[in-house]
Design a protein. Structure first.
Length: 80
């Protein structure tokens, strides 16, 4: 169920809101993957930051898709 919600949000470029541990998170989801230990994780940019963070599926609860808030991914460009 989590994968379907996050996949829909990623495809439609909608922000999401969820509880991670005991903290409320607003996120622009980028992609779903697995970490080195094989656990499913979600990568995305937290609101009001430029940092991409990883969130473990096991700790994510109460997911809400914020359909009224669309985003475009920020792709960092490295300068040499």
């Amino acid at each position: 169920m989590k994968t379907l919600l996050f996949s829909t949000a990623i495809f439609n470029r909608h922000r999401v809101q969820f509880l991670y541990g005991m903290k409320l998170v607003f996120l622009e989801p980028y992609y779903i993957s697995r970490n080195k230990s094989g656990k499913k994780v979600l990568f995305g940019r937290v609101d009001n930051t430029s940092e991409i963070k990883m969130f473990e599926y096991d700790k994510i609860f109460n997911i809400r898709i914020l359909a009224s808030h669309k985003f475009s991914p920020i792709i960092p460009i490295l300068t040499a």
